[in-house]
Every structure is written in structure tokens, then in C-alpha cells.
Write a protein that binds this ligand. Sequence first.
Ligand code: 16G
Ligand code: MG
Length: 536
Amino acid sequence: MNFTEAVRVAQEQYPKKVTKPIKYGTAGFRSRADALDFIMYRMGLLAGLRARDTSSVIGVMITASHNPVPDNGVKLVDPMGEMLAPAWEVHATTLVNATDEGIASALEGIVSEAHIDTSKKALVFVGRDTRPSSNRLCDAVIAGVTAVGGEFKDFGIVSTPILHYVVTCYNDGGKYGEATVQGYYQKISRAFNKLRSSGTSNGNYDPVILYDGANGVGALAMSEFLNNMKKSLNVTIFNKGEGVLNHLCGADYVKVQQKWPEGVPKTQNVRCVSVDGDADRVIYSYLDSDGKFYMLDGDKIATLVAGYLQELVKGLQLKLGLVQTAYANGASTAYITEKLGVPVACAKTGVKHLHHMALEFNIGVYFEANGHGTVIFSKTAREAIETAAQAKNNSAEKLSQVLDVINETVGDAISDMLLVETVLHARGWSVSDWNDAYTDLPNRQMKVTVADRAVITTTDAERVCVTPEGLQNTINKIVKAFLKGRSFVRPSGTEDIVRIYAEASTQEEADNLAIQVACAVYEHAGGIGDRPKAPC
Ligand code: 16G
Ligand code: MG
């Protein structure tokens, strides 16, 4: 194939105006939307090649998730809904760093390295979030796909998990479900309706939910879901788009700021479900009778789900495990290993790392503390569950219904919410019963801006800092002075900053620990601007 057309369109419509090197990271490419046109175009080109390489449909999702509105981003979805294969992350980086004329040789390089037959057909599924820039950037992706002779299907505004779902379903010939947006809603709502067929209330369980849509696609997805569902949940949607996307609301705000979302009435003892800007993360929270705020994050969800599934798989000879990251609250890890006897593995931040590690179990539950996660079932597990269900094993029958509520292709805020609701209902728990299972250690996250965040490198699933030399020793010394103290630092994969995590026995100590470690980073790694003073 000759790539002159790809170069012509690049030069005429999507010229590159920056020279700074850019890397395909955990969240694909993400930055201010006005700097993304040429990147989107090139990701369209790349998706066209990847589709031929895999002889499958490839997904391109345009979103910056929980970032502020002026940002945007792009991620490629591999054939079975996975994140883009590592070798292709390298190709993506090469292609984006080429000059406009250099596109041709970059593409030729990829074709020859991956032995791609360019005469094959290529089909790319494209989806986008609600950001004002997403439409324009979607056109750029489509221009890229077309410039390498590919075809596309535009799914319009959809959540990230919906795009993963339709890509997977299309590529497996519909075994996982129907490859349409409607097929997605129907599959999970049908499964949920079935699980609720025995009744709506149970013990302390109350089906009332305040839903925080983050003013994004999660609000649209929930109202669509409610249209398909019987009245077994009483959901009121807030932050439907009347406010600014992710601003003072949504899963990331609630998790990081540890605050009730704006725009949602402060009703006591009713759980609030917050999703992020592309609806692949979910965080629960509630206010008690004194108005005190409680947050139930990905760790609480993971422990709830893993504990429940562990009970259901008893007797089926299946190995169930939980995968967390360094951000998992120490109390959650202790609870799940010591109280529930579920093995826990720790992965690097980023869905692909968790997903990969979860594959080592027959049933792998993986969740980041930020609320992104799902459950994946191996072929062995599916078969064992189906066989036992056919033999009328009660737990296996339930498990096989639960399986259909789960979107195994990627973390999915709505499907995760339905899973949580299923477990709470089965246990007859109120949100505070759930919260009482264990008490989180107080924690604090901070960020520090440094001249070059790449000077920070880590090992042991990001729990130990390797460079700059001496930083980990300093952190060790600081941490020693705190009861139940734990802290680590890592370069962000999505922002030009270094992240700091700290936990300790009280909030004041956790804050204090975070500040001291932030100062250590500032000193060892070339901090920019003011020295960190207060938690931010
Ligand atoms: C991305 C990752 C998410 C991770 C976050 C960390 C995917 C699909 N998403 O959003 O898993 O938690 O980055 O961001 O992998 P950070 O590197 O800025 O802390
Ligand atoms: Mg997201």
C-alpha cells in the first residue's frame, strides 16, 4: 500500500504543530483537546492497520475520562476488548512522533514489522464522550481510518465500556452478546431483572439510589438503562449535563476530594453512586444521620464482590483471587486476605496490568481504588459454573445469572453498580452495613510538579521508588515515624506530575505524611513552583 494519501491529508488537514516527544501511556494519548487533532488523525491511521493486523474490528474511544472539559484523549481497543497490545503502543508512539512527511515511512515500518497484509479489509468502531471537542476529534479519527482505505462505524456518544463491549461482541461473532448499543443495555438489564425476580427488598436493603452522572455520558447511559429495566431499582439521576463535566462531581471528584458531589441533594442515609466522564469508574458514598460523609471506593466494591463470589464458588474447585494496586487501602487488603481468605495480588496502576494479572485466576476480580474494575471468568470457570448450574446447584445457578450482569470486557460503572446492588440485596445490607465490614485507614493523595517526571522510576508494582537515588531511603525514614504509615510515589501516566499516596492511623497523620513525602519528591526530583505545604 502506498501512503501518499495519508501524508497528503495530514499535511492539508491535520498538520502537526508540536515537536515535543509524546508517549502512548496508560490512558492512551491525553492532553488539551486543541493539541490533539493530528494525534487523532494518526490514531485513525493506526487503527486501520491494527484492524488488518488482527483481521478484526478495532475500537477507537475519544475521551479524557475524568479530566476537565478542555482536555480530551484517545484510546485504542483491541479485538477482545483489551487495551492495545504493548508492541502497538510502541507503534502508536512512533507514528505520533513522526513528522507529517515521515508518516509514510512510519506506517511502512509498522506494516513490515507486523507483517501486515494491507490488501485486507479494515473495520474500525469509533465512539466518543460528551465533550464539545469530541465531535471534531472523531472526524479526525475517521479521516485517518479512511486515508488508509479502512471502513468505520461511528457509534456516536457512548460510554467507554459500551465501545469495548460492541468491539468484543462483533469479533467473537456475537457469542458474548449482540454487537449493538441496544444489545448491551438489553443484556445487562435482562440479567439484572432476572436476579431481582425474587423481590426488591431484603433485610436492610433499600433500592433507593441517588445517581451522579458527572454531567457526562454516564447520565445518558443510566437513563437508557432505566428505560430497559423493570422498577426494581429506584434511581434518580442528577448531574445530567446541566453543569460542567466532572466539575465538583463525578467519581474522581468524590474519590480524590473525599466529598459529596455538588448537584446531588444531601439526603441522609441514601447511597449516592458517582460515575466518571466516560462511565468506566464508579464510587459510592453516603451521609449518615449526622450528615457525616462516607465514601465506598473501588476497594470496598472489590472486597464486597470478591467475598460474595467466594461464597458462591465454594465447592466448585475454582481459584478466585483479587487484584489490587498500591493504592488499595491497607485495611481492605488485610480484610480480604485475613477475614475472607481470598488471595490478593498487586499490579501496577493501569487497567491492562490488573486485567493481565486477573487472568491468572479462574475467577479474577480486579479493581483500582479509584473505582475502575470488573470480574473476569476463565473458560474453565464458565464451564464449571454452567455444568453445576445445569445440575441445579443453587449457588452455581445464581453465579451464572450474576455473570451476565458483569461486563467482563472492561470496568463498567453501570454494570459494576448493578453487581454491587446484587450483592447488597443478597446480603440484605444497607450502605452502612457494607461500610462497617472494615474501616479504611485514613489516607491522602497529593501531586507535585517536577521538571521531568520521568526521573521517577519505580519497581515492585510501584511500591518502591528506584530513582532518583536516595528518594526511597528518605521516604522510608519519614514513614517510620507514623503509626500504620505507608506511602509511595509514582509518575502519573495521564498528567505531567508526580503522585503521592500516604496512609496512616489518623487523617491528620496521613495528611502530614503526604506533605512530608511530597516535600521529599520536590527536593529529590527537581520540584517546580512552591514547596508543597498543604494537602491538595
Ligand atoms: C488511566 C488508567 C487507570 C489509571 C489511571 C491512573 C486505563 C484504562 N486507565 O486512567 O486505570 O488508574 O490512568 O492515572 O488504564 P495516573 O497515572 O494519572 O495516576
Ligand atoms: Mg474513565
